[in-house]
Design a protein around this ligand. Sequence first.
Ligand code: SF4
Length: 176
Amino acid sequence: MILLGLAKHHPKFANSNFQIDWSNQVAICPRGHQSKTWTKKTDKKGQPIINIRFSQHDCGTCPSRSRCTRAKTEPRGLTIHPKQEYIALHSRRKVQHTPEFLKTYNQRAGIEGTISQGVRRSALRQSRYVGLAKTHLQHVFMAVGLNLCRLDAWLNNVPFAATRYSRFCTLKPKTS
Ligand code: SF4
């Protein structure tokens, strides 16, 4: 049996590994089984959601069960957004894996670096003044100051700071 498009770095079955048949109101799991129930509900914020459940018969003996659910005996459940939101969300997620998107997104690293420098050096998070005009002036002075700092670092061959990792990340064994 063909397992439906599993996420590359996600050994568990994510919602995206399930096919949704909107017209018949059923979901098809990575093992090819159809869901048993399809219930429209609202979440805690009052937003419409759809609760889907698979059958005990299929999930109880499924060889992929450990990849699909953490429940000891219950069958797999799935909560999804209504059709329009679901399609919009999943198409956006697909776009996020394209090289074009990643290329654009990489620019964020530079912008984040600039914001971080502004926060650490110039207390960018807080305005010293009341009113947009004065705050804007403060930001302009900050930008000029940061540019001078960067120019000084560049002229003196100061290397870029190394990427900081969380303590948890540093515990991860290095792969060569
Ligand atoms: S545990 Fe159930 S929903 Fe998950 S793959 Fe198996 S049969 Fe399908």
